[in-house]
Design a protein around this ligand. Structure first.
Ligand code: ADP
Length: 902
């Protein structure tokens, strides 16, 4: 995470002292400070220049050549790019996390002046390189009653998507982080209160890649924010979308204000604000989203669920699939709608192929709409809008002619679209734009002449002039009896008549020689020059007029950004549904039955990612009211984690509306999935793993409800055995309702504490399952099959035996194991006392969970308890605390201390 502008008085010229720079550099420093930019590009004639540290930074980041200049005895670095080449450099800097200001040069009466007209930041870049959503996040701390509340807004200027919400309660902060993780913003603006909360800022820095910008507090003020919202959406905006929490309104207003301030015109495409409640979605805290590798793999070479499922044809489809995976739903009707669409698409392979092929020829309409609205779309962009809109009728045709699709929710995707409107936009673009337009707006050839009367006239006159030129050579030949004549044009000579050397002295008098070449001579005539001027004039007029027409056309399209975004969303959704259907068919997935009942019943289920790379052994799983807590045991690497994750992933896939990897599945909708698994990445971040483990456990114990699914992959492993086992034990009791304060969630708990398996005998809802392993001909085979009952507990020793560890050692380990289990103590062999024959013992220390040496019961050398201590202990045991006054106790303790010291 990058932080906001650093010290404005930083040492620009390497002199060690802040300097009052003068002239150009002084202007640079002042503009840069005013714009609160990390980097400033300042126009000087045909170049944008960077000075001082900025020059060094762009030199390093962008490989620009940096030179040293000196002025007034000071030396400074300088780098520049030609004015027309700035865009890619700007983008590259912003995508690396910098806030970049651009100061343009403007002509004024007495020369020119420069001012910062735009600031581009990671959250407000209009045409990012990658396809992911690019959210700007704002967060505002407040209170609702006495509850801490955080207002959150997420705005993607590239597509106009804008969401706002408020999270409240004691865990408002962790829910804030969860939402931030979901939207993965590229830039975060904490409000004035949050800005002083170092702990929160630290967590944001730790958990997010986003740039943290400390923006003007004014934008977050309630009145200001409300005003901004009203300006953008009209009077009742906040109320009408149900945004009733002040912090949320402040967050939303500030996001808009920030984008407006960057001056990129990006606000034009933001036509609506969606208020949402995180509770509409399955609760997935940031840790769980990461653990389950929904959209990002944990390791560089791993694959996320998204990677496996992404058969989308378009970038907008991929973006939506990612969004769905990060935000599984709880609304059964919506999920069944998606399922219905996936089922229909899965059943009609021909139609699906046709749809996917047609989608392949479309572009990202949501983004194109934003660019049209902001006035940054070029000819290419509008052509793409045209090509993409042309696909709508094709898609509709495919859907309508497939009985399966016509009668499915797929058809509904197009029902609400204003098809007439779409046809209108397409037609306008079709009659206006030529098929192969030049890049530059003024080069000519961008707009079809028929589209504009004035243009048609200009073009006609131009054509006439051109025709006159075309026929000029022939005319000259005829009239003046010449044979080797041609007419040409170049930059230095303009139009000329070229006559071969042999005839160059026969040209008429009104020919004026302008250049002699080896085999020919060039001439001009007054008439030719006159025509040339006319053509130039016409070309210029045509270029200007076409650019004007184009800008009008673009604004007209931009006014319809709403419609284009709706079409873009429908295409994206169709693409996503096709991808899910495609995957279901290719991998033999099944449509899960969704129910409100409290059950997860999977028949021959697989792990959606692991099944892609290994011969997967399917497994069953059943959780319900009476069997809610499964203790999963089995040797390392047998498949415990995979089994548990597969339960979570199948549930989430069902709540995305997807088919699932199983022969049959019944999925009771959950309100949240919570996980606690070995946290390698936390280790890398230098946080104590055990602390993290306990924080995660605490989060689960607080938040999981009876409708949640909980996955625990080892609990308590990060501390001493007895600590660990005690915590695991108590957590099991708590989560299985043995200590019922609330109905319990459904839980899968893998543990290496075999002792826990006995809980199944005592708590009705707890059951043991184990992943089976087998030994054949001396080889251990992991069967990957999950069976009822606990795993064979001496499995490790069995493996040692198979590995050829000498027999006496194996035998002895069995004995040690047995005694540890029975008595929590082992005698140390070879330590027998010569006289008594008794051996030393090692016991488990309950406090530390460590083995500790101890003399055998009636005394080895020097370890007996002396009589004084013995008597003190005796008295101590005898004290009745309830019946003794504090003063009495105090004096007794003093007395014992005295005796012990003696
Ligand atoms: P554990 O949690 O018991 O240590 P894992 O769940 O990490 O074991 O599984 C170890 C490896 O075994 C996985 O990487 C996977 O490749 C393989 N595996 C797990 N379950 C299955 C299965 N049902 N079928 C095939 N391979 C499996």
């Amino acid at each position: 995470m990058t932080d906001s502008p650093d010290d404005p008085d930083r040492d620009w010229f390497g002199t060690g002292e802040p300097t009052e720079a003068s002239g150009i550099v002084g202007e640079y420093v002042a503009l840069r400070r005013e714009a609160e930019a990390d980097v400033l590009a300042m126009q000087m004639g045909d170049f944008y220049e960077f000075f001082g540290e900025d020059a060094e930074l762009v030199g390093e980041e962008l490989d620009l050549k940096v030179s040293q200049r000196s002025s007034g005895g000071e030396s400074y670095a300088m780098a520049g790019v030609p004015v027309d080449d700035l865009a890619p450099y700007l983008k590259a800097l912003v995508e690396r996390g910098y806030r970049v200001a651009v100061a343009d040069q403007h002509e004024v009466d007495d020369g020119h002046e420069r001012r910062v007209d735009r600031v581009v930041t990671p959250g407000t870049l209009l045409d990012p390189t990658d396809d992911d959503a690019q959210y700007l996040a704002t967060l505002v701390r407040g209170e609702r009653g006495s509850e801490p509340t955080v207002g959150l807004a997420f705005l993607d200027v590239t597509t106009g998507r804008f969401h706002a919400t408020a999270v409240s309660g004691p865990d408002a902060e962790s829910r804030t982080l969860t939402e931030c993780y979901r939207f993965a913003p590229t830039e975060i603006l904490p409000g004035p209160e949050a800005r002083n909360d170092d702990a929160l800022l630290d967590r944001l820095r730790e958990r997010s890649e986003a740039r943290l910008t400390l923006h003007d507090a004014e934008a977050f003020a309630p009145g200001h924010a409300k005003h901004t919202l009203r300006e953008q959406f009209g009077d009742a905006a906040a109320e009408s979308v149900g945004l009733d929490s002040e912090p949320a309104v402040r967050a939303a207003g500030a996001a808009l204000a920030y984008v407006a301030e960057t001056g990129a015109g990006a606000l034009a495409s933001v036509s609506r604000l969606r208020a949402y409640t995180p509770d509409d979605h399955v609760a997935l805290d940031a840790t769980t989203q990461r653990n389950l590798e929904l959209t990002e793999p944990m390791t560089g070479n791993g694959r996320s669920l998204f990677d496996v499922l992404d058969h989308t044809e378009t970038s907008a489809g991929g973006r939506l699939l990612k969004e769905w995976l990060g935000r599984p739903q709880r609304d059964r009707a919506e999920l069944e709608r998606r399922q219905g669409a996936v089922a229909a698409l899965a059943a009609d392979a021909m139609a699906r192929d046709a749809l996917r092929e047609a989608l392949d020829g479309t572009y990202d309409l949501e983004r194109l709409a934003s660019r049209a609205a902001s006035g940054s779309a070029g000819p290419d962009a509008l052509l793409r809008v045209r090509e993409t809109l042309a696909v709508l009728p094709e898609l509709v045709e495919v859907v309508e002619s497939s009985p399966r699709l016509a009668d499915s929710p797929v058809a509904d995707l197009f029902v609400d679209l204003d098809r007439e409107g779409v046809r209108g936009v397409h037609e306008e673009l079709a009659v206006a734009l030529t098929d192969d337009p030049p890049k530059s707006l003024t080069a000519g050839g961008l707009i079809r002449p028929e589209y504009d009367e004035e243009l048609a006239e200009l073009v006609e006159r131009h054509d006439e002039a051109a025709e006159w030129l075309d026929s000029l050579a022939d005319r000259e030949k005829r009239e003046h009896g010449l044979t080797h004549v041609s007419v040409g044009r170049n930059k230095t000579d303009g139009y000329y008549i070229q006559v071969g050397k042999s005839e160059s002295d026969q040209v008429p008098d009104h020919y004026e020689a302008i250049k002699t070449l080896k085999n020919s001579e060039r001439f001009v005539t007054e008439e030719l020059e006159e025509r040339e001027r006319e053509i130039m004039r016409l070309e210029e007029q045509r270029g200007d007029l076409e650019a004007d027409v184009f800008r009008d056309l673009r604004a007209w399209v931009g006014d319809r950004a709403d419609l284009l975004q709706a079409v873009g969303r429908a295409f994206a959704e169709l693409d996503t549904l096709c991808a899910l259907a495609e995957h279901a068919v290719r991998n033999d997935w099944t449509r899960p039955e969704l129910t409100d009942e409290d059950v997860l019943d999977l028949d021959a289920a697989r792990h959606p990612v692991v099944e892609q790379s290994v011969e997967f052994v399917p497994n069953d799983l059943r959780l319900d009211r009476d069997r809610r807590f499964l203790l999963v045991t089995g040797p390392n690497m047998s498949g415990k984690s995979t089994y548990m994750r597969q339960a979570a992933l199948v549930t989430l896939l069902a709540q995305v509306g997807s088919f699932v990897p199983a022969r049959e599945a019944r999925v009771g909708l959950v309100d949240g999935v919570y996980t606690r698994v070995g946290a390698l990445d936390e280790l890398a971040q230098g946080r104590s793993t055990f602390m993290v483990e306990m924080q995660e456990l605490s989060n689960i114990l607080h938040n999981a409800t009876e409708d949640s699914l909980v996955i625990l992959d080892e609990v308590g492993r990060g501390t001493a055995t007895y600590d660990g086992i005690s915590i695991a034990w108590a957590a099991t009791e708590w989560l299985s309702s043995a200590q019922a304060t609330a109905p319990s969630p459904k839980v899968l708990f893998a543990t290496h504490y075999h002792e826990l398996t006995m809980l199944a005998d005592h708590i009705d809802t707890v059951e043991n399952v184990h992943v089976a392993a087998d030994e054949q001909d001396g080889d251990v085979t992991f069967l990957r099959t999950v069976r009822d009952g606990a795993a064979d507990r001496s499995y490790g020793i069995h493996v040692a035996e198979l590995a050829g560890v000498p027999n006496p050692v194996v035998e002895r380990s069995r004995e040690v194991l047995q005694r540890l289990r029975d008595e929590e103590a082992i005698d140390v062999r070879g330590s027998e006392d010569e006289v008594t024959g008794e051996s030393k013992q090692v016991v488990f220390d309950l406090g530390s969970g460590q083995l500790r040496g101890q003399a055998s019961a009636d005394g080895g050398e020097g370890e007996t308890v002396d009589p004084v201590t013995e008597s003190v202990l005796e008295e101590l045991r005898g004290v009745d605390v309830e019946d003794t006054s504090p003063v009495e106790l105090l004096s007794q303790v003093q007395e014992w201390q005295r005796r012990l010291e003696e």
